[in-house]
Design a protein. Structure first.
Lengths: 267, 272
């Protein structure tokens, strides 16, 4: 059953659940003539880590932006930590955070200054202590007083992750968090996200093009194509359904329109 | 950032965080600091010498000492006040930091209040040295205007914020392609605000437009003070009333443009 099939079965997704971190119900976003997101529904339980997959233009970033309240849906409903977005965002923005390649940290400010400003915006208690803790955990100490613009791509990603974690978020939205990182740094970032989720029972929604990353981290995968949900299950179940051994092969099947055939063959 | 800005209180803590962010930026960049001082100083020196020359050759200007240089200083309060507001806003666009702020608990009203405070700080850095230059080079003491100066200042700074809020909303909605409006919109007001000449110079139909702008009242008031030695409190109160309406309208426009930006997804791109 695909996500869109699920959308047509309201009881599965429409009934609000107190334990859900994110609930998306029949969400649609239309830009002029383009349906960027086309009637999708899903619900993410607290403490889960979910991968949002799809090629360029599949609607992943728009979906995450609507969950964050940065983009208004054309129709449908999003609720985050039990509050409707964006109407009740004031109640939840302090309990969530995000990292995205579409935003940067101010380049002229040092890492410490950036974390101080964002820590104050999120009203973090014992901010100096929290910054020291993050510097230690994410290995920022050597360059904490260096301007953000003078850091390498890997260092900037770690700083962005530190900003995303500064308020101990219950919900973390990550849009391609390891893009443009070397394999060693990317692996290191993944390990940290995994640890953070386990230690804090945090919910993570991760949009990525890196299938190995999704296989390693996610206990659930939502595959999007042309704004619709093409499939929604555990990585193992999806691979089995497509009769494939890696998510990368599944991704290619879906991207090249072989998805249904492969699924049929598997049946 | 939420649309519910007015319903859940304002946090001084978050406003302080944003002021700290801009302060760090100013202190990390000497060209930014120099730029604040450079243009006001150049303005006052150029117009100051022009005032000296005209006063030596025209009876009226000899009698109305300081109207030109006073007008230059007050115009700079208006123009630099708006730039101080808008440039701090643009820094977020240039830094691609707006998404981080929009996703934080910062509310639009808090963001705008922090930009207002920054416009005052940037104005102080640029205009106080300018007034001292006017005093030492041309013996024009703007502070000798006394209490009326406070009325002039308030009306000009309120107007600069209204324009700053409105153009920031336009850039938010249309991306950096609309950046040029930030630098040019105030100049559209310039001929109608009657900075260097009385309103009576304008054609009658244009005078109605001029009187819809608070700066017109300030510059008329300044001339009345310097030439006739009369403080026209009526003009200041009328300007204050128009300013109150303009500030409300600009805040409403900012929220409408923010909502429109959310609708068309421009908060994600922010580019041209």
């Amino acid at each position: 059953m695909t996500g869109n099939d699920k959308a047509s079965s309201p009881p599965t997704v429409a009934a609000p659940s107190l334990s859900a971190a994110i609930e998306v119900d029949r969400l649609v976003k239309v830009y002029k003539q383009t349906r960027a997101v086309d009637d999708i529904s899903f619900s993410l339980p607290r403490g889960s880590i979910t991968g949002l997959l799809g090629g360029n233009g599949a609607g992943k970033t728009t979906t995450i932006a609507m969950i964050m309240g940065l983009v208004l849906p054309t129709s449908g409903r999003v609720s985050v930590l039990g509050r409707a977005m964006p109407e009740e965002s004031a109640f939840v923005l302090g309990r969530m955070n995000f990292e995205s390649p579409y935003v940067d940290m101010p380049m002229r400010l040092t890492v410490r200054q950036n974390l101080t400003v964002f820590g104050k915006l999120y009203a973090v208690k014992n901010l100096e202590g929290r910054i020291a803790e993050l510097a230690d955990e994410l290995d920022l100490t050597d360059f904490i007083d260096r301007a953000n613009g003078k850091l390498s791509a890997g260092q900037k990603t770690r700083v962005a992750l530190a900003k995303a974690l500064i308020n101990h978020p219950e919900l973390l939205l990550l849009d391609e968090p390891t893009a443009s990182l070397d394999p060693d740094t990317a692996d290191w970032v993944r390990a940290h996200m995994e640890r953070y989720r386990k230690e804090n029972n945090a919910t993570i929604l991760l949009a990525s093009h890196n299938m190995l990353e999704v296989e390693r981290l996610c206990d659930r995968v939502i595959i999007m194509k042309r704004g619709r949900i093409e499939d929604d299950d555990t990585p193992e179940a999806i691979m089995a359904r497509y009769n494939r051994t890696t998510l990368e092969e599944v991704f290619l099947d879906v991207a090249r329109g072989r998805g249904n055939g492969a699924k049929e063959a598997a049946r | 950032m939420t649309d519910l800005s007015l319903h859940h209180g304002i946090s001084l803590h978050r406003i302080g965080a944003m002021i700290l962010r801009y302060w760090y930026l100013l202190m990390s960049s000497w060209p930014r600091l120099l730029e604040l001082l450079y243009w006001p100083a150049l303005q006052v020196i150029t117009w100051g010498f022009l005032q000296v020359y005209i006063a030596e050759n025209a009876n009226f200007f000899a009698r109305a000492g300081g109207t030109l240089i006073g007008a230059v200083i007050l115009w700079d309060i208006l123009f630099r006040g708006q730039l101080g507001f808008s440039i701090s806003f643009l820094e977020e666009m240039w830094a691609r930091n707006l998404g981080n702020l929009m996703m934080s608990p910062l509310k639009p009203i808090e963001f705008l209040l922090s930009l207002m405070v920054m416009s005052l700080i940037r104005l102080a850095i640029g205009v106080i040295p300018m007034t001292l230059l006017a005093l030492f080079l041309f013996h024009f003491n703007v502070y000798a205007l006394g209490l009326p100066l406070i009325a002039f200042f308030c009306n000009l700074i309120f107007m600069s914020w209204s324009v700053g809020i409105f153009v920031s909303g336009l850039v938010l909605r249309n991306g950096l392609g609309a950046e040029s409006i930030v630098w040019t919109l105030m100049f559209a007001i310039m001929p109608l605000a009657c900075i260097y000449y009385p309103v009576s110079v304008l054609p009658v139909w244009l005078q109605y437009v001029a009187w819809a702008l608070p700066p017109t009242y300030v510059f008329e008031g300044m001339r009345a003070l310097l030439i006739e030695r009369i403080f026209r409190i009526d003009l200041m109160l009328e300007a204050l009333a128009i300013n109150a309406a303009l500030l409300c309208a600009s805040f409403w426009a900012f929220l409408a443009l923010l909502r429109s930006a959310r609708k068309n997804g421009s908060l994600l791109s922010g580019g041209e």
